[in-house]
Design a protein around this ligand. Structure first.
Ligand SMILES: Cc1cc2nc3c(=O)[nH]c(=O)nc-3n(C[C@H](O)[C@H](O)[C@H](O)COP(=O)(O)OP(=O)(O)OC[C@H]3O[C@@H](n4cnc5c(N)ncnc54)[C@H](O)[C@@H]3O)c2cc1C
Length: 93
């Protein structure tokens, strides 16, 4: 989980760097970062919930909110399916 989180963080940082530097691959790299980071972080939070058992699911603890909040980021700001469309379009250029 820690390794996947670091990998996602590096992808996001590279996307941000690419925008700051107007890199020719910025569109593809940002779409890849958004897709990978939001999928990976949802799975990481889901695993954390599983580790906590039933308590992870209850509103008594903040974990269930983290899982819900992460779930929507696979939809917001362009769904992850649309990120795949953007990546494929950039690769086919
Ligand atoms: C909590 C929340 C807050 C939001 N806030 C905002 C906001 O502040 N501003 C704003 O503008 N919008 C906002 N939205 C809307 C959000 O951007 C859209 O929900 C999102 O873009 C997906 O569009 P849709 O819901 O119409 O899904 P649809 O476009 O109907 O997609 C349905 C499903 O089909 C898939 N799909 C669609 N087209 C393709 C394709 N070509 N290839 C493959 N798969 C495809 C999608 O990935 C998705 O899984 C918000 C949504 C939520 C849930």
């Amino acid at each position: 989980m820690a390794t996947d989180l670091e990998a996602a963080r590096l992808m996001v940082l590279r996307g941000a760097w690419a925008i700051d530097n107007d890199h020719p691959e910025k569109t593809k790299w940002c779409a890849m970062a958004k897709r990978l980071a939001t999928d990976a972080c949802f799975h990481i939070a889901d695993e954390a919930l599983q580790l906590h058992g039933g308590y992870g699911y209850l509103k008594d603890y903040p974990l269930e909110r983290i899982v819900r909040d992460l779930r929507v980021h696979r939809i917001l700001e362009g769904t992850n399916e649309i990120m795949r469309v953007i990546i494929a379009r950039e690769m086919a250029k």
